[in-house]
Write a protein that binds this ligand. Structure first.
Ligand code: HPA
Length: 282
């Protein structure tokens, strides 16, 4: 089997099948829930009672993450009594990859059987009520990346040509997350996530503009995977960890270490919240 040809919209269906068949030779397991762990948010992976862990570089057609903090492993196992498959580390558009390759794992997880996808990311706060290390449940998104994972020939086997984005972030799951956060006494903000291409953080003027567009948090990921998940009919629940504040009048220098530090403070809360949400998922 030739695994070397680059992924493109013409071959992504066949490549998904190849990767699925490869994974089936390793494990006979149909996860119900997919999880994508964002920058600095890999801790949840250690809560998974794993039956198989595969580094991305051993999986056909998976990319190799370039950001050091992203460990890049696919984990199959049980979390809160549910069958899950988790991506510890994701692929970003700013790394130079094509959208079709970034979102490929979502198609593989769908083929494996997931009905629900839980995504997390590190994001800059635009809402002036937010504080560093707050958690936000994503209620909607704005795609400002200037690219789309569904661009190109659409093989009808991949899903509809013009998928709607109605109830993109499942309202029942948002309600469930809010209810559980209250029960666990975890402060949970909610709002709109806007995705940009990155990799630079925004200028003060850009943060101001993104706020005017209607966003509460800005980041460089998640939206591509969510668009593909919705094309496939997967329910989506998303969380942002606010790692820095993009309030134009109060802007301070921010480096990647600050982002990782803020994420690590929020990480235990996010781990507890997601673990408890999964327990209640139908
Ligand atoms: N902007 C864009 N992406 C981000 C930010 C930000 O301020 N913080 C973490 N990811």
């Amino acid at each position: 089997m030739n695994f070397d040809t680059a992924l493109n919209p013409n071959n992504v269906y066949e490549k998904t099948t190849e990767t699925f068949n490869f994974l089936r030779t390793k494990i006979d397991f149909s996860p119900d829930i997919g999880i994508i762990l964002g920058t600095g948010l890999g801790q949840l992976a250690s809560e998974i009672k794993s039956t198989l862990t595969l580094p991305y570089n051993e999986i056909p057609h998976f990319l190799k993450p370039t950001v050091e903090s992203h460990s890049g492993r696919l984990i199959f196992g049980e979390l809160s009594g549910k069958k899950v498959v988790a991506m510890q580390g994701r692929f970003h558009y700013y790394e130079g990859y094509e959208m079709v390759a970034i979102t490929f794992p979502v198609r593989v997880m769908h083929k494996l059987g997931i009905k629900t996808l839980i995504v997390s990311n590190a994001a800059g706060g635009l809402n002036p009520k937010f504080k560093v290390s707050d958690l936000m449940v994503i209620t909607d998104h704005i795609n400002l990346m200037g690219a789309n994972p569904l661009r190109g020939v659409n093989d009808p086997r991949l899903g509809p040509r013009f998928p709607d984005m109605y109830n993109c972030y499942d309202k029942d799951l948002v309600k469930l997350a809010k209810r559980i956060a209250r029960k666990l006494r975890i402060k949970l903000q909610s709002g709109v996530y806007i995705a940009v291409a990155g990799p630079n953080l925004e200028t003060a003027a850009e943060y101001g503009a993104l706020r005017i567009l209607g966003a509460d948090a800005v980041g460089m990921s998640t939206v591509p995977e969510v668009i593909v998940a919705r094309q496939l009919g997967i329910r989506v629940l998303g969380f942002s960890v606010i790692t820095d504040l993009g309030i134009p009048e109060e802007l301070k220098p921010c480096n990647f270490e600050d982002v990782l530090k803020a994420a690590s403070i929020a990480e235990p809360k996010l781990t507890r919240l997601i673990t408890a949400v999964i327990k209640e998922l139908k």
